[in-house]
Design a protein around this ligand. Structure first.
Ligand SMILES: [Zn+2]
Length: 65
């Protein structure tokens, strides 16, 4: 495995995200809907999910992260 593959793998892992409101898999690098809560970036699949999160972020934010 070359350095490029390792970098690609690491990048993919960073981009991997989950919409905390509906549980859908999203890509943090490409999603248009993002919120920052307590220093962590959350991505969403739709503006509606982002809105839901923004209203009550403490309900959806992952306390283990
Ligand atoms: Zn969603």
């Amino acid at each position: 495995m070359g350095i490029k593959d390792i970098f690609k793998k690491a990048t993919n892992k960073l981009d991997e995200g989950k919409d905390p409101t509906c549980g859908m898999k999203i890509n943090l690098a490409t999603t248009k809907y993002k919120s920052i809560y307590q220093g962590k970036v959350y991505g969403f699949c739709s503006p509606g999910c982002k809105e839901t999160f923004d209203e009550n972020p403490y309900q959806y934010a992952d306390p283990n992260c």
